[in-house]
Design a binder for this molecule. Sequence first.
Ligand SMILES: [Zn+2]
Length: 124
Amino acid sequence: MIAYQCDGCGRELKKGALRYRVKIDVRAAYDELQIGLADLVRDHRQELLDLIEQLSRKDPSKIEEGIYKGFELDLCPACQRAYIRNPLKFHPEQGAETPEIDIDGFLRSLGKAPSPEGDSGPEA
Ligand SMILES: [Zn+2]
């Protein structure tokens, strides 16, 4: 039974098989704002009206993307290894180095993951 598809290489990931979830938050970031008395007493009304006018002519999704964008990816073990090695230059074909430790076996030994075949008996 296929439950997921690797977002890196496209490989099918069976229900219960080891996969990795990547959550990416891309946010606008600023240094701490310095607000002085002059900023507080200045009339901002026209600035705000101009900004509202500018924003009203833009695509709301583009404005939102300029402030925040979130992604969630599912990766197979090979793509996870490639991804953590270099997240900004991730290419699935770089990933196939075999790990020295059987992470899947270790996690299953802790009882944290169901077997790849499923624990609910034979499939209908
Ligand atoms: Zn993959």
